[in-house]
Design a protein around this ligand. Structure first.
Ligand code: HDL
Ligand code: ZN
Length: 421
């Protein structure tokens, strides 16, 4: 195969990135069979929690007055404040514009009701396939919470799961709110006590096993606060050591850890009220050291943790950094983190996940992610070609495929075709 020339390098790399389907390993999306949990359309897009603080700040409205509005009125306020009375600058605002543009809607009039008419005219199941095609996403991993009442009732009916959707079992409520979780478990017939006992640990393992059987997750996942330490004798430390790690080993399941989130810093903002803090990388060092056979997918929320996460990944092959999470998912930090990872890890990481909550967000989040990956790769290919290293199209396709999905599926040691839905 002919080596790539500098003259068409950038266009070839962009084309390959666009043509390579991705596995989106962390989202809050659901298939249409999950009813109201499946969010889509212009009002959900404008009520996305990333846009709530931006609206409240720009509209100078009290948060309780904002939340007293109907969802439609909140969307109208966001549209007026962030899109009509200002240019849409933020990552989330530009994302809405990109979505409307990719759906071929008329942006000249900026008339929100015409967009509502468009979405109201759609068939939800067909629209999902259209959005997956536009964003070239071949697999979407959900975050399934066994403590969420709505999800519990849906799972109990064993819903049809669109084969594009996969499960991950999210255990924040168990690990970070043990007192409430133990009461819930007692109500569901698990013989646990809040004060812990070996019986309690065994029953918690039974609870998690029951949900692994029900949901068939690709991995278990937990988010942790910046001040989390490990090992520790607190409920979260005991649950990890005596319940979650043993089950990861028993069930051959990786553990995804998302570290550095400070929940409810401003509770008046509800879901938008969480913030960020620098975490202690020694948590990852001690887990990877003590559990070398467990595979850890790790994303950290603070910009200040990114470099040490890269260095730590160089020390532990059972550690796979993933994504530019949440407050890191903007142009500047995505570029910084992706370039840092390529320089320190080569192609052995997962560049991005969407964290999408509303279906159409896949369109802009993956458009941005592909652009940033292509830019970072081209920089390195230029240096290599100038040093007379030959690079072929298939060399590039191989590495983009690894970064887009291959790294994930080989790390979890599974193939998409193996997963029961
Ligand atoms: O804990 C998480 O999974 C975070 O991603 C939160 O859901 C957060 O609200 C979010 O959606 N970030 O993108
Ligand atoms: Zn998330």
């Amino acid at each position: 195969m002919e080596p790539i020339l500098l003259s068409n390098l950038s266009s070839v790399v962009r084309e390959i990135c666009k043509a390579t389907p991705v596995t989106d390993i962390h989202t809050h999306l659901f298939p249409s069979s999950f009813g109201a949990l499946h969010l889509w359309g212009i009002d959900e897009l404008l009520n996305y929690h990333y846009l709530i603080p931006e609206t409240i700040r720009a509209a100078n409205i009290a948060s309780n007055d904002y939340f007293a509005l109907t969802p439609k009125d909140r969307a109208d306020l966001t549209w007026r404040t962030l899109f009509l009375e200002s240019n849409p600058y933020s990552d989330s605002c530009r994302g809405v514009v990109k979505i409307l543009s990719e759906l071929d809607l008329d942006l000249s009039k900026k008339a929100i009701d015409t967009y509502r008419d468009y979405f109201n005219s759609l068939n939800p199941a067909q629209h999902i396939q259209h959005v997956l095609k536009l964003s070239n996403v071949k697999a979407v991993v959900m975050s399934n919470d066994p403590f969420d009442p709505e999800e519990r009732s849906i799972w109990k009916d064993r819903p049809h799961i669109d084969p594009t959707f996969y499960s991950s079992l999210r255990l924040d409520a168990l690990v970070n709110s043990w007192s409430e979780a133990s009461t819930s478990l007692q109500g569901w017939g698990y013989d646990v006590i809040t004060e812990f006992s070996s019986r309690t640990e065994s029953e918690v393992r039974r609870f998690i096993r029951d949900w692994i059987e029900l949901t068939q997750p690709l991995f278990l996942s937990i988010s942790l606060p910046p001040d989390f330490s490990f090992p520790n004798e607190s409920p979260s430390g005991r649950l990890l050591s005596h319940c979650i790690f043993p089950l990861c080993s028993e069930q051959d399941l990786p553990l995804a850890l998302m570290i550095g989130v400070k929940r409810h810093v401003n509770p008046c903002l509800e879901l938008a009220g969480d913030s960020v803090g620098k975490a202690d990388i020694r948590v990852i060092e001690s887990m990877c050291t003590e559990y070398p056979h467990i595979r850890f997918l790790v994303s950290m929320l603070s910009r200040e943790n990114q470099h040490e996460l890269c260095v730590t990944a160089r020390k532990f092959p059972n550690l796979l950094p993933f994504g530019c999470w949440w407050f890191s998912s903007n142009l500047l930090l995505q570029r910084e983190i992706t370039n840092m990872r390529l320089d320190m890890l080569g192609p052995t990481f997962i560049p991005q996940h969407s964290d999408a909550r509303v279906l159409e967000q896949l369109i802009y989040k993956w458009h941005n992610a592909r652009n940033i990956l292509a830019e970072a790769l081209v920089t390195r290919y230029i240096a290599l070609i100038e040093a007379e290293w030959t690079i072929t199209r298939s060399d590039i396709e191989r590495d983009v495929s690894r970064l887009s999905s291959g790294n994930f599926w080989s790390f979890i040691n599974k193939k998409p075709s193996e997963i029961k839905h």
